[in-house]
Design a protein around this ligand. Structure first.
Ligand SMILES: C[S@@+](CC[C@H](N)C(=O)[O-])C[C@H]1O[C@@H](n2cnc3c(N)ncnc32)[C@H](O)[C@@H]1O
Length: 349
């Protein structure tokens, strides 16, 4: 969206407070890191097993005030920024609803698939500690995209959110894709990158969350796109055999259990035309990270409402892609410090 929406005074103050709390958590993390070093804890000294690694650090820092604050703020920031965003939205509702109605106008379509039931793991998880889950509020897409993202995440983590997504899209071996299927579209960040890298392709985006797809539609409308969005799941899309030539996802695997990831590769194979490409990227593999960095990721996932993160970050995707039938598989770390992992392969021609 081109310009930021205005909140009312209390909502603005609440979001500013959440940003300050998160920035304070970053400062406290630096103290904890110094204390770890003072205790002689290094990547090399930590145990291989992740639970044992947590236990070793918990024991070493048992008397640390900063470590207690790290836990308190980790918990507070994860749970509260979403609640603050909902309250800020409700305070400004009369100003914001007309903006939503206006942003809904455009060429992007949503197929809601009446009767669609999300899988149990999705329905019972409040990802990112978002109250009620991704669909917990009727305007959660707008709240997530316009308030959480623009007034919290982008201030806590400034930078180009599309940069890494564009870099992933450019890992595709071809540029002439006609039909692209994106699994886990959410509010459309990777969709924007796909549109930039493959401007002539027809893009279909799929996600179990109608509320997030509604935000993706608004993002696409603002860019004058004609994306086709569908409510559904990557492991069982309901789309016809051999109807796409690129199936791709960004940051989706860590929100689903390993069995569903396996099914997602098989489903990608089914809907791809012969010679088509699968390209998926997600959080870094723990084995590619040093043990302290992996512990930091795991700690964040523990408070961040990410029940499947560790299982995903320790799963080997290559055998799953092979089992689905893909060939010419390459997998590895992105260049930005191993924090992102990608896998790509082809359906035999
Ligand atoms: C962290 S968001 C990532 C979004 C997006 N691709 C991006 O680049 O920002 C993960 C998304 O995956 C969706 N998701 C969860 N389970 C899924 C499934 N089984 N199939 C497809 N998408 C799923 C969630 O609803 C959520 O919108």
């Amino acid at each position: 969206m081109s310009s930021e929406i205005n909140l009312r005074q209390r909502g603005r103050a609440m979001m500013d407070f959440e940003v300050s709390a998160r920035q304070k958590a970053t400062a406290i993390n630096r103290v904890v890191e110094r204390e770890l070093a003072d205790h002689g804890i290094t990547a090399e000294s930590l145990p291989d097993d992740m639970d044992a690694r947590h236990a070793a650090i918990d024991t070493a820092l048992a008397g640390s005030v900063a470590y207690r604050w790290k836990h308190m703020l980790g918990d507070y920031c994860s749970a509260e920024h979403g609640r603050a965003a909902v309250a800020a939205f409700e305070e400004a509702r009369v100003d914001l609803m007309p903006i939503i109605a206006q942003q809904n106008q455009g060429a992007v379509t949503i197929d809601y698939r009446p009767g669609f039931e999300p899988p149990a793991y999705f329905a019972r998880t409040w990802f990112h500690r978002t109250e009620g889950g991704w669909d917990g509020h009727p305007q959660n897409g707008f709240i997530h995209g316009e308030i959480v993202h623009r007034k919290y995440v982008s201030r806590v983590f400034p930078g180009d959110i599309y940069g890494n997504r564009r870099a992933v899209a450019r890992l595709a071996p071809r540029t002439d894709y006609k039909d692209i299927l994106e699994l886990g579209t959410s509010s459309g960040h990777y969709t924007v990158a796909l549109s930039e890298v493959f401007p002539d392709a027809r893009i279909t985006g799929l996600d179990p969350s109608p509320r997030m797809l509604e935000q993706a539609a608004r993002v696409g409308n603002a860019l004058d796109k004609d994306w086709h969005l569908i409510v559904g799941i990557g492991e069982d899309t309901g789309l016809p055999d051999e109807s796409f030539d690129l199936v791709t996802s960004y940051a989706v695997h860590h929100e689903i259990p390993p069995k569903a990831i396996e099914a997602m590769f098989a489903e990608a194979f089914r809907v791809l035309r012969p010679g088509g490409t699968v390209l998926m990227a997600d959080v870094g593999r723990y084995r590619d990270l040093d043990k302290l960095t992996a512990w930091r990721f795991d700690w964040t996932a523990r408070y961040g409402g990410e029940p499947f993160w560790r299982a995903t970050a320790t799963l080997d995707f290559v055998p799953l892609a092979e089992k689905a039938g893909f060939v010419d598989i390459t997998a590895g770390s992105m260049q930005n410090g191993d924090k992102y992992y990608y896998i790509r392969g082809s359906k035999p021609a």
